[in-house]
Design a binder for this molecule. Structure first.
Ligand code: FE2
Length: 387
């Protein structure tokens, strides 16, 4: 009996072949951005689709794992246009042969429809362990995949924070993020290079998680502790899902009433997460205490230094640093060292001094410092650690 998957695969190849024969000049003349010299048996070939920005999302070729079924359509983009062509239908096996053909044609990226984002990220999440340990990927390639998976998941969590299954997914993701960062300073540097410079609650949550886990590692936390810390950091602002958008996105300063409302987000976050029964008590401490200060002037409980958990102290340093080095509606991002100077000058007593020192040493170390040439490679990156 014929395997239905095989039949689908053959049909797709035939379609590709036919399209190439019917429009022999298409592949070569189209000069696909990602397929400059696509050969006639390569798959650039469905109908061209003119698409508005945001209709398709670029994905790295390396994120497509060999011998897996991609449950989303794959597209390629034509050079210097906003036109896309269907390259492979969903539910076909992606093999070494397919990847090799794309690589032969210097294809580095494929595209997915924005509607398939959720399917794509679920596909990645299920294979993140394999991706993180895949030595053929560069630290930057892996970092991009880990970062995008994380921001996507946190976005989902903030939209529907009561869904326990999403919180469970965060656990798996944190284990892989920690494993990735434990591979060395070059991996932290790569992560910092690709972090979003624009502030959104979900990107901020992932950024704080990266800085915090790296700091935790430097102060000798175990793998298990880093996982607990990482979950808390990833979810530390989940209570903001209950704060109105008018307050969250207000360009000017908040009124006293609005500020009171804003200050409820740590307790609300703890409540939301407790209800899911998916988050351990130590991770919840990060959520509840991340705005406490060692001076005893933080919120919501004005705890003193001795009363604040080490995880929350780490969260506090990472949280403030990321907030200062990202663009906000009311001010532009600071570069790393001006941000550290400001923290030292105006807030030093809020932080645990040892942790603040570690943050400076970590960002200033030669392995992590993002140099000017590196930044040129990532025009959209923040270049955070550049002096
Ligand atoms: Fe917060």
């Amino acid at each position: 009996m014929t395997d239905p998957e095989e039949t689908k695969e053959q049909a797709a190849e035939q379609t590709v072949g036919q399209a190439a024969e019917e429009a022999p000049g298409q592949a070569a003349s189209a000069e696909a951005e990602e397929t400059p010299q696509a050969s006639s048996d390569e798959a650039v070939l469905g109908e061209e689709i003119e698409a508005a920005e945001g209709t398709f999302q670029r994905i790295p070729l390396q994120s497509l794992r060999l011998d897996t079924y991609t449950d989303f359509n794959l597209y390629l983009k034509l050079a210097n246009t906003n036109r896309y062509v269907l390259y492979r239908n969903a539910n076909l096996l992606f093999t070494e042969r397919h990847r090799a053909k794309l690589q032969e044609n210097a294809v580095k990226h494929a595209y997915i429809s924005a509607e398939d984002r959720m399917r794509y990220f679920r596909y990645l999440e299920g294979r993140l362990n394999e991706i993180v340990s895949d030595g053929s990927l560069t630290a930057t390639e892996t970092s991009r995949i880990v970062y995008e998976c994380s921001t996507h998941l946190v976005r989902e969590i903030i939209e529907k924070p009561w869904v326990g299954e999403n919180i469970k997914r965060a656990e798996g993701l944190i284990c892989n993020t920690v494993d990735h960062l434990l591979q060395g300073a070059s991996h932290l540097k790569a992560m910092i290079s690709i972090m979003s410079a624009d502030y959104y609650t979900y990107t901020h949550s992932v950024n704080v998680c990266v800085f915090g886990v790296a700091l935790g590692q430097r102060v000798g936390l175990s793998g298990q502790e880093l996982n607990e810390l990482g979950i808390g950091l990833l979810l530390h602002d989940v209570g903001k899902s209950e704060i109105s958008k008018e307050i969250l996105n207000k360009p000017g300063s908040l009124t006293p009433e609005e500020w009171q409302e804003m200050k409820t987000h740590p307790a609300r976050g703890v409540e939301i997460l407790k209800n899911t029964q998916q988050v351990g008590p130590n991770s919840l401490l990060v959520v509840g205490q991340h705005h406490e200060k060692c001076t005893g002037k933080g919120y919501p409980k004005a705890l003193t230094s001795d009363e604040i958990h080490i995880y929350a102290k780490i969260a506090s340093v990472a949280d403030v640093f990321d907030a200062l080095t990202t663009n906000r509606s009311y001010r532009k991002a600071l570069e790393s060292f001006p941000a550290l100077r400001l923290m030292r000058k105006e807030m030093i007593r809020d932080f645990n001094p040892g942790l603040f020192r570690e943050l400076i040493q970590m960002l200033g170390s030669r392995e992590v410092l993002v140099s000017a040439p590196d930044r040129e490679d990532y025009r959209s990156s923040r270049g955070r650690a550049a002096a």
